[in-house]
Design a binder for this molecule. Structure first.
Ligand code: HDE
Length: 718
């Protein structure tokens, strides 16, 4: 083998190391400052004007590696305040994780209005175009604990905090436009049902178990949301490829106090994309941090994710004409019914500096709203307005949580609230009340600019009753299913089969099938066939007749609106020693042009020596870089390299999974025996790279996404 001439760093590595990540590395860490203690332990001591390590009291610490003892082997002394303070603080490092949405990832950025809504609202953020308002966005899964895996089948939280010039505005939304329930009083039951079962402590981050489906089977209002939950929406490819929805109807209030109803939508510039279920399961093992790594790396590389903010505006009269109640959060107003008007853009351009201080301590509250925006009467929203404030007090432990830098408004704020745990403010005023003659300059209310609730007329008997206008539980669920493309319908059926196969109580399975046939008869029958459920299905009794005349709405499908692209996508290139350097170089150039990231996988992480003698550095060793981590793959291999890989299970699985996950595969001629061993059959998604000119064909095929036509040959369709 020729001696390596030079090392080529893979483009992915270049992008990541290009940014300034050297912060925290000090010159004083040179070996000269490193001294060995009596027990052989290494100390790094401060030199010159370097910052000194101190206790929280400011006392400089002389030795951070040895507690104070009576003699070198003697008992540790209680007098050692340095040790006690260090342990005390460590013991209290955790705060209660969120009861739902515990696992989150976040980023800073800005919102910029491009189309003014000043006609409809007095809120400056929706009236002044071109102003960049700082934002902090936290994405999350719902059911799993903080340490669970990113690719759980789950709804994703999409919570946006906008630090507007008139106070913080939090749109605490999800990546699905509807919800499971119609009344906040049912939320604790939903959360208890989906979380780990309390008598055994599992399953973690999964809805595929008895208690979840038991509760769902008894909650017909959840059926529409269940359709979305079982669709590919709940296994997103990336947080950057997900829509976000405010879910509830809100109001915009103009200068005259008039109201326009509004729904908020975030639409990703990269398009909406999901993974397939088997891939999700494997990603969870290969990289449980897949989504957070993806967002972090994209932002570090300067590929800032971006979303359009769209609004659906409608009047009270238009709302009255809908064939559903827009105050019911289990219903969607499709874009076919009220079109989206794009009014601005959201860009995420900075990773958190400290995940605990920002991602963990950020406190979203649905009631954080500037004047000019208002709540509708959605009963779910009203319950949330209590719950979020309450939960922040529990988690952050002080009513002053709004003073934490990540939560504090970036506009002036002043009132007479005082004291409390962890008060950070130094309030010099003598007067801490209003009204007052003593202090005429203190903060005062402003009826003109202040928050005004829409003067909606309210009357009626006080009662506990669900509105009869909320009673149609199946029509939109059916419309959603029928709006999906064939592969999407197949996935939804498979997801239900998987989930219900994990339900041990047959009574629950049977009840669920009763709901599914109400949504669509073939849906119920297909799921029953996949479960091997032979008993007759007894349809659930609908509260009102299910509508069968709702037209399919393409806006509800991911694939119906798929636009070919490789922007933001990742190509995994498996290389071996002796691979054709010119092919690899062409591929990398073409990928870059197409907006994709390339990561190199080699049998050894030190890289591979190509046929021109140059060493190509690898991002992953074969076992650490399975093909599930990439959108599309290339085998740039030599004959000798492939011969070695044929006896490597990880290599065969790498290729087999790429094929089974319907990915486009580019393969050099030498890859043939490996393709054959992995069971790859030639189709539109297998692009031979026998000639460098074929690189363009590969890129074009890869831009078109997965090979859905291959699916029936690799997976049962019921
Ligand atoms: Fe939440 N929800 N929720 N939720 N939710 C919380 O607040 C709650 C609902 C959503 O990244 C909690 O700070 C009730 C709908 C997101 O920090 C808690 C009800 C939607 C996040 C809470 C709902 C959401 C939460 C837990 C029924 C989509 C994460 C920790 C009325 C529109 C925010 C916390 C973050 C978090 C209560 C329903 C989205 C307990 C009572 C509908 C994105 O307060």
């Amino acid at each position: 083998m020729a001696k390596p001439k030079q090392t080529i760093v893979s483009p992915a590595k270049q992008a990541r190391t290009g940014s300034d990540k050297s912060k925290g590395r000090a010159d004083s860490d040179s070996p000269a400052n490193v001294v060995r203690g009596a027990g052989g332990e290494l100390h790094q001591q401060a030199t010159g004007d370097q910052v000194r390590l101190t206790t929280n009291n400011g006392t400089v610490v002389s030795d951070d590696h040895n507690s104070l003892k009576a003699g070198p082997r003697g008992p540790v002394l209680l007098e050692d305040f340095v040790l006690r303070e260090k342990l005390f603080h460590f013991d209290h490092e955790r705060i209660p994780e969120r009861v739902v949405h515990a696992r989150g990832l976040a980023a800073h950025g800005f919102f910029e209005l491009t189309d003014s809504l000043a006609k409809h609202t007095t809120a400056a953020i929706l009236g002044e175009t071109g102003v960049r308002t700082p934002v902090f966005v936290r994405f999350s899964t719902v059911a799993g604990n903080r340490g669970s895996a990113d690719l759980a089948r789950d709804v994703r939280g999409f919570a946006v905090k906008m630090y507007t010039s008139e106070g913080n505005w939090d749109i605490v939304g999800n990546n699905i436009p509807v919800f499971f329930i119609q009344d906040a009083i049912k939320f604790p039951d939903l959360a208890h049902a989906v979380k780990e079962e309390p008598d055994r402590g599992f399953p973690q981050a999964q809805s595929a178990h008895d208690t979840f489906w038991d509760w769902i089977a008894m909650t017909p209002e959840a059926m529409h949301m269940v359709m979305w939950q079982m669709s590919d929406r709940t296994i997103p490819r990336s947080m950057r490829m997900m829509q976000g929805f405010g879910v509830h109807t809100f109001r915009l209030i103009d200068a005259e106090g008039l109201s326009t109803f509004v729904k908020f939508h975030w639409t990703p510039k990269l398009g909406v994309q999901s993974v397939v279920w088997d891939e999700a399961v494997k990603i969870n093992g290969a990289d449980p941090d897949f989504h957070r790594r993806d967002l972090y790396n994209a932002i570090e590389a300067g590929d800032f994710p971006e979303w359009d903010l769209g609004v659906q505006l409608f009047s009270e009269a238009e709302a009255d004409a809908f064939d559903f109640d827009h105050l019911d959060s289990t219903k969607v107003i499709s874009e076919e019914v009220v079109p989206l008007r794009t009014i601005g853009r959201l860009v995420l351009d900075r990773n958190p500096t400290n995940v605990f201080s920002e991602t963990e301590q950020v406190a979203f509250c649905t009631q954080n709203m500037p004047a000019g925006i208002d709540f509708s009467d959605d009963p779910l929203l009203h319950g949330r307005n209590f719950s979020y404030l309450d939960t922040q007090l529990k988690r952050l432990g002080s009513p002053n949580f709004h003073q934490l830098p990540i939560n504090a408004p970036k506009c002036p704020f002043a009132n007479m609230q005082r004291d409390g745990h962890m008060q950070m403010g130094l309030h010099p005023q003598r007067v801490t009340y209003t009204p007052s003659l003593l202090d005429p300059s203190g903060p005062r209310e402003d009826p003109a600019k202040g928050f005004r609730s829409f003067a909606a007329p309210v009357e009626g008997p006080k009662l506990r009753q669900r509105s009869p206008t909320f009673a149609d539980h199946y029509s939109q669920a059916r419309q959603f299913f029928l709006s999906q493309t064939e592969p999407e319908q197949n996935h939804l059926v498979s997801a239900l089969i998987f989930e219900l196969s994990k339900v041990e109580a047959l009574i629950v399975r049977a009840a669920m099938l009763g709901h599914l046939v109400n949504i669509d008869e073939t849906l119920g029958e297909r799921v029953a066939a996949g479960l091997g459920h032979d008993a007759p299905i007894v349809p659930a009794e609908p509260a009102v007749t299910t509508r069968t005349d709702l037209a399919a709405a393409p806006s509800l499908s991911i694939l119906a609106r798929f636009a070919p692209t490789l922007v933001g996508r990742k190509i995994g290139v498996l290389v071996t020693d002796g691979a054709e350097a010119a092919l690899v170089a062409d591929l990398m150039a073409a990928a870059k042009k197409a907006g994709a990231t390339v990561e190199v996988i080699a049998p050894r992480v030190g890289g591979a020596t190509l046929d021109d003698g140059a060493r190509l550095a690898a991002d992953h060793q074969l076992q650490g870089g399975p093909s599930v981590l990439f959108d599309t793959v290339v085998l740039a291999v030599s004959e000798a390299g492939v011969a070695a890989l044929l006896n490597e299970a990880a290599a065969v699985a790498w290729v087999h999974d790429a094929f089974a996950h319907l990915k486009v595969i580019g393969a050099s001629a030498a890859a043939e025996p490996l393709l054959a061993k992995a069971g790859v059959v030639a189709d539109a998604g297998l692009v031979p790279l026998t000639d460098r000119a074929h690189v363009a064909d590969y890129i074009k095929a890869a831009e078109a996404g997965r090979i859905w036509a291959r699916e029936p040959s690799v997976r049962s369709v019921y």
